[in-house]
Design a protein around this ligand. Structure first.
Ligand code: FES
Length: 357
């Protein structure tokens, strides 16, 4: 009870004090602390001793040149320690030496920049006052002066070895990336053509994946689906076979001919008695579209759930894929085996820059 009375009397007292302050007047308390200003300036050893300044300068440009050595080392490592097929030691050596080269390049560049700033550039504190963003002529002239001062203090124009070292190191640093990107495309081959054509050609039989057994039209009952590869693919060397299969894989399905709807009537001739062949490579980002739903005749890509309707020229009915699956034109040969009548008439798989449609 006594406590409540004291709190009440405090409230009255504070109300009477506040009543002396005009409404709308801000009360600004004086700063609790004095502005301590800058601490006493301590000269660096490089400011006091010209020999040490010279040594720091030398260290900076040596580091820049070391960075160049790192970049070149990465390029040489790429050339002289290539990755050989099936040789894990070559992969280890290739990544180790390229990594070491790039590490040296970046590390030396970073240390040189920090050392330049801390030991060689002018060391003084200054205060920049806020000012309107748009400067007047006087301000602009002052800006030019500041740039000149900065140039003078950093020695960017005067210390040519450092400046040139920095420029050369920055130019050399991205070079390993060029070499690495070149390695993405095989030598003496137009990468554009690589993506436009597959192994399929006129007269090549459709064979079962992975056995390579040719398929007769009579082998397919209505509703059945086959994973298909081109004839002769299984006889290729392993690496070539995998590359060719990644583009030429096909899904073969037989439906009742009357269930197929042809928006483009010419495409009907690409099928044989209800048997149709579509690329298995998703037009979104290239996963194998291998889940066939027999009742709905829909093909599902498990990666991002794009769905294609086999009855309507494999058009996209759901998901992120932008284009229908390319159709492989087929017929049968004299022995009744299913054969392609040409390659796909458009590139398979995801879009790429040079793709014309
Ligand atoms: S790869 Fe097929 S939906 Fe994305």
């Amino acid at each position: 009870m006594a406590k409540n009375e004291k709190a009440g009397s405090d409230l009255v007292a504070s109300t009477s004090v506040n009543s002396s302050v005009e409404l709308g007047t801000a009360v600004v308390a004086p700063d609790s602390f004095e502005n301590p200003g800058f601490p006493a300036h301590r000269e660096r050893v490089t400011d006091l001793n010209p020999k040490k300044m010279k040594r720091a300068e030398r260290a900076v440009y040596v580091l820049f040149y070391l960075s160049i050595v790192g970049s070149l080392f990465a390029i040489f490592a790429y050339m002289f320690f290539p990755i050989e097929d099936g040789d894990t030691t070559s992969i280890r050596l290739n990544t180790l030496f390229i990594g070491l080269g790039i590490t040296l390049s970046l590390l030396a560049l970073g240390i040189a920049a920090v050392h330049w700033g801390k030991a060689v550039m002018a060391d003084k504190e200054g205060v920049d006052h806020r000012h309107p963003v748009r400067g007047n002529d006087e301000t602009r002239a002052r800006a030019v002066e500041i740039f000149k001062e900065a140039d003078e203090e950093s020695g960017f124009s005067r210390r040519t070895l450092i400046r040139n070292g920095l420029i050369a190191a920055i130019v050399a640093f991205p070079l390993p990336a060029i070499a690495l990107f070149r390695g993405l495309a095989p030598m003496n081959v137009d990468p554009n053509n690589q993506m436009k054509y597959t192994m399929w050609k006129k007269g090549l039989r459709l064979t079962q994946d992975p056995t390579g057994t040719p398929i007769k039209a009579s082998d397919l009952t209505i509703g059945s689906a086959f994973q298909v590869i081109p004839e002769g693919l299984v006889d290729l060397p392993e690496k070539e076979m995998l590359n060719a299969k990644a583009k030429a894989a096909v899904l073969l399905v037989r439906l009742k001919p009357e269930d197929l709807k042809w928006a483009d009537p010419q495409r009907e001739a690409w099928s044989y008695q209800g048997i149709v062949a579509y690329s298995k490579i998703c037009t979104h980002v290239g996963c194998p579209v291998a889940l066939y739903e027999q009742q709905t005749h829909h093909l599902l890509c498990p990666c991002h759930q794009s769905q294609f309707d086999i009855t309507e020229q494999a058009k996209v009915i759901f998901g992120p894929a932008a284009r229908p699956l390319p159709q492989l034109p087929i017929t049968v040969d004299a022995e009744g085996y299913l054969v392609a009548t040409s390659d796909f008439t458009e590139p398979v798989g995801p879009s790429f820059w040079e793709r014309s449609k």
